[in-house]
Ligand binder design. Structure first.
Ligand code: GSH
Length: 127
């Protein structure tokens, strides 16, 4: 069933989720939320995310809030086709994605990004 992320373009938390969707090459239906017009505080969105923040993910009737919870959910539902033990090391490190997103939003070519665990070990490269 369709993945439906609700996100805002200027939100780093949203970028983290979009980066995972892109890395996993998942198809998704866009729900762009405009924070500047307080769309996140509209009742229709608050029903999905009572805190009124982005991102939120809708998938198969489930509503997942919080960017890290969404990233973990996506990884569980759509595992990387690489060694899971290695990926687990990677997924313990939330800081990893903050670094990636910074590079992502500043125009760093995502294809050149490298997953590096907090211990400094390179666990996966995206080519
Ligand atoms: N811990 C949450 C934080 C979510 C959050 O604070 N999102 C910000 C954008 S990055 C937001 O929606 N702000 C809107 C507001 O506070 O009105 C997550 O990681 O998803």
């Amino acid at each position: 069933m369709t993945l439906e992320p609700y996100y805002a373009s200027e939100s780093l938390c949203s970028q983290k989720v979009k980066l995972v969707l892109a890395e996993k090459e998942l198809k998704w239906k866009s729900h762009l939320i405009n924070l500047l017009t307080f769309e996140n505080l509209q009742p229709s969105y608050m029903r999905l995310n009572p805190k009124g923040v982005v991102p939120t993910l809708l998938h198969e009737g489930r509503i997942i809030t919080d960017s890290v919870a969404i990233m973990r959910y996506l990884d569980k539902q759509f595992p990387y086709p690489c060694n899971r033990a290695v990926c687990h090391v990677c997924w313990r490190c939330d800081r990893l994605f903050a670094v990636h997103c910074l590079q992502f939003t500043t125009g760093f070519k995502p294809g050149l990004l490298t997953h590096t665990a907090i211990c400094g070990r390179i666990v996966r490269s995206i080519s």
